[in-house]
Design a binder for this molecule. Structure first.
Ligand code: FMN
Length: 185
């Protein structure tokens, strides 16, 4: 069975550092045999989540469907003022649309979390905030999380990174998402 891993993250600006970091982690999932898909940048510019609205924009419906079908998830958020950015949090609020599913929210799914900020403090607190959100969504944060300090480590297009230690950490997170899924089936 091919495992599907959906990556969500980045900022409005395409090819941001957090988007590149997400691709680096997705590469680890791909290497472990998963089919991967990234939902980033402009595709995350969605109306504020409204639980009382039944209509969804095409982009929002696509995000919800992708997460519904996902076996595992990776999330990379920029650290904005010490926590998850509004863009990423609003996208995660749409997981509420999965509440009545047989697998509600992110139930039973491994979720790799990565905070990316221009310093250690916000990268770590953003990682921690993401893990709290994932717990609330009934997901299983992977044992290894990622805190990337973009003041020290820069990522190139496609997630290329010269710091092999950071790159290996991100690949491991992607791999752990796939391994968790494989253990469950
Ligand atoms: C509104 C805003 C708030 C930010 N707050 C913080 C912060 O609290 N701490 C920090 O280290 N970096 C902060 N940053 C910097 C980003 O976390 C940093 O640029 C990181 O690389 C992620 O940005 P990117 O994915 O858009 O490239 C902030 C950036 C913006 C635009």
């Amino acid at each position: 069975m091919t495992v599907t891993v959906v990556g969500v993250g980045g900022s409005v600006r395409p090819d941001s550092q957090s988007e590149r970091v997400l691709h680096a982690a997705l590469e680890g999932a791909r290497e472990a045999g998963a089919k991967v898909r990234a939902i980033t940048g402009a595709d995350l510019v969605l109306p504020f989540y409204d639980p009382h609205m039944t209509e969804r924009t095409a982009q929002a419906a696509e995000l919800v469907e992708a997460l519904r079908a996902a076996d595992g998830v990776l999330i990379a958020s920029p650290g904005y003022h010490g926590t998850v950015s509004g863009l990423v949090k609003n996208a995660l609020d749409y997981v509420e649309d999965l509440r009545d599913d047989d697998r509600p929210y992110l139930d039973g799914r491994a979720v790799g979390c990565i905070g990316v900020a221009y310093g250690w403090q916000a990268s770590v607190t953003t990682l921690q905030a993401l893990r709290s959100v994932v717990h609330a969504l009934r997901g299983w944060p992977t044992p290894l999380g990622g805190a990337v300090n973009s003041a020290e480590t820069r990522f190139g297009p496609g997630g290329a990174c010269e710091d092999e230690k950071v790159a290996a950490t991100l690949r491991t997170i992607g791999r752990q998402v796939v391994e968790f899924t494989a253990q469950r089936v």
